[in-house]
Ligand binder design. Structure first.
Ligand SMILES: C=C(O[C@@H]1C=C(C(=O)O)C=C[C@H]1O)C(=O)O
Length: 367
């Protein structure tokens, strides 16, 4: 990866407090086996950008009889994998018991899912279980685009004394046909960011899209809109995943995604800086040219007042205008633009000349 500045620092305790570095959370939708977790943890470690490995342990599934996660057993695996690889882990909690189990087995970050955030009783129960404990907690948006409910959940955690609280934008439930599993409605998350400038708000393109093919598009959009990081589902072999098979990336696809987003961003920034430096230099030339032009018009005004010529000279001006329009046209400038620009210069030139002749008349009158 070329963008060393954005990489995670080896050995530091990752914080979700807002800073320049993106917060990157990646890993499988569900913890499926110790082997799956070790494999993905090693890959994510190599990537260098990942702060936490995610893995669902209790899965709030829409339909009964779907795979609902391995629960506490999976927490034991995650803890083991952390010891082996040094990769901190994050998981979802929905009840007080989940919180206690996660704390017991050394979870490094918790998130609260959209369904849970939609229920203030559940949030209050989790917040109370977290009283007096310091662990970062990320709050996903509720199912409906209800900003007050989202902020309410964040505030319940803050009031319980949780210091590191952040938010995850995962999109909103849709009824009508949509290419995405959840409707992004970026404006809701952007409003949350605007209302809480200190809050880290990351985006979860996996749950918004529901489809691996849209993840890069959505990740780019999120980073360009100023989101503070990403949560992406990565599985060693998505085809055989026990949940969300369609939306998980392979480790290789994830590496490519991260390098495309952050390397391209760095390359863009360098190019932008170069282009803006060129604009600055040209603007200086324009100002220099305008100032010199005005000095010459002043000189002409003096000559005119001595020889009694009128300040405004329509024939001369038409000649000037036609010449610059013709030249501009050849160089790709629109006639209308050149006309407006030069007519404005002409007006300023006339005003400057008038001021000169006025002074002269006054000097003749009173001097
Ligand atoms: C400078 C002159 O005075 C006026 C200003 C002009 C200009 O800024 O180019 C052109 C014609 C006049 O209306 C001039 O007569 O050349």
């Amino acid at each position: 990866m070329a963008n060393e500045k954005l990489k995670t620092e080896e050995g530091t305790n990752p914080s979700i407090q807002k800073d320049a570095k993106p917060l990157i959370i990646a890993g499988p939708c569900s913890a499926e086996s110790p082997q799956q977790l070790v494999e993905v943890a090693q890959e994510l470690k190599k990537n260098g950008f990942v702060n936490y490995m995610r893995a669902g342990v209790w899965k709030p599934r829409t339909t009964p009889n779907s795979f609902e996660g391995y629960g506490t057993e999976a927490l034991i695996w995650l803890n083991q994998v952390k010891q082996e690889t040094g990769m901190p882990f994050a998981t979802e909690v929905a009840t007080e018991r989940h919180v206690y189990e996660c704390l017991k087995f050394g979870a490094d970050l918790l998130w609260i899912g959209a369904r849970t955030v939609s229920n203030p009783f559940a949030i209050q129960e989790i917040a109370s279980a977290l009283r007096g404990v310091q662990i970062p907690v990320l709050v996903k948006n509720p199912l409906s685009p209800d900003l007050k409910l989202w902020e309410g959940a964040i505030n319940r955690l803050r009031l319980a004394g949780v210091k590191e609280v952040g938010a995850i934008h995962r999109g909103f439930t849709v009824w009508h046909a949509s290419p995405f599993r959840n409707f992004p409605m970026w404006e809701v998350a952007l409003q949350l960011k605007a209302n809480n400038p200190e809050l880290r708000v990351i985006s979860d393109p996996s749950h918004i899209s529901g489809d691996a093919q849209y993840i890069e598009l959505l990740s780019n959009r999120a980073i360009n809109l100023g989101f503070d990081g990403l949560m992406v589902e990565v599985h060693p072999n998505p085809k055989i995943a026990l949940s969300d098979a369609k939306q998980q990336l392979t480790p290789n696809q994830f590496n490519l995604l991260i390098s495309n987003i952050f390397e391209a961003k760095q390359a863009n920034t360098e190019l932008m800086n170069e282009l803006r430096a060129e604009i600055d230099a040209l603007d200086e030339l324009l100002v220099w040219a305008l100032s010199n032009r005005m000095a010459i018009a002043t000189e002409i005004a003096r000559v005119k007042s001595e020889t009694g010529q009128k300040i405004i000279q329509p024939d001369r001006w038409n000649e000037v205008l036609n010449r610059v329009i013709g030249k501009g046209h050849k160089m790709g400038l629109r006639t209308d633009f050149v006309k407006r620009l030069f007519n404005s210069i002409h007006r300023e030139s006339l005003q400057t000349q008038e001021a000169i002749t006025q002074n002269r008349t006054e000097m003749v009158k009173f001097g």
